[in-house]
Design a protein around this ligand. Structure first.
Ligand code: AR6
Length: 177
């Protein structure tokens, strides 16, 4: 599903983020930027080790922060590595908001036109899906009120259940717009 917010399309889709032909995909990274499991492991396998080598020069970063590398063999041109919160560590909401906001700012700073996010922090980091969906979507909707180069923002979900959760959240949040 998709909605238009001013000049930008906000799209929810189900799929493998490593296969998307957008300017930049976001990696759900950890502080050390070691691309082990989850979406990070999938990006490493599809994009190649050069991405990890670039990450090693930028690490470590804190929860809420984001850095950008090239994308190796991926269809995307860049990868933004954003660190979300671990559930239970404290200040989870602020950290997840910042991870999204700093990724959007970094994409804009590099004049990129399309960005795709996975469901940051909802896998290995254990955050509840509905909670994460509403924070991530609200942060994007707020960001799109200001001037941006972004023509498309995608949330790429890996399961039917996650797709349903994100679509329902977007529908609820845009009903009143
Ligand atoms: N495309 C889209 N989404 C995916 C894909 C894919 N190819 N693979 C998994 N997901 P996770 P986190 C979904 O665990 O919770 C790593 O070790 C998955 O179903 O990747 O932020 C890092 O190095 C889930 O909904 O990220 C960090 O240390 C979502 O992506 C740590 O895990 C995020 O799950 C970060 O944990």
């Amino acid at each position: 599903m998709q909605v238009k917010i001013k000049e930008t399309i906000l799209e929810i889709l189900k799929g493998d983020i490593t296969q998307l032909a957008v300017d930049v995909i976001v990696n759900a990274a950890g502080e050390t930027l070691k691309m082990g499991g989850g979406v990070a492991g999938a990006i490493l396998r599809a994009g190649g080790y050069k991405i990890q080598e670039e990450c090693d020069k930028l690490a470590p970063i804190k929860a809420g922060e984001a850095v950008i590398t090239t994308a190796g063999k991926l269809k995307a041109k860049y990868v933004i590595h954003a660190v979300g919160p671990r559930w239970g560590e404290g200040e989870e909401e602020r950290k997840l908001q910042n991870a999204i906001l700093n990724s959007l700012k970094l994409a804009d700073k590099n004049k990129l036109r399309s960005i795709a996010f996975p469901a940051i922090s909802t896998g290995i980091f254990g955050c509840p899906k509905e909670w994460a969906a509403s924070i991530m979507i609200k942060t994007v909707l707020d960001y799109l009120k200001s001037k941006t180069h972004l023509e498309k923002v995608v949330f790429c979900l890996f399961s039917d259940e996650d797709y349903k959760c994100w679509s329902q959240t977007l529908t609820k949040m845009t009903e009143t717009l």
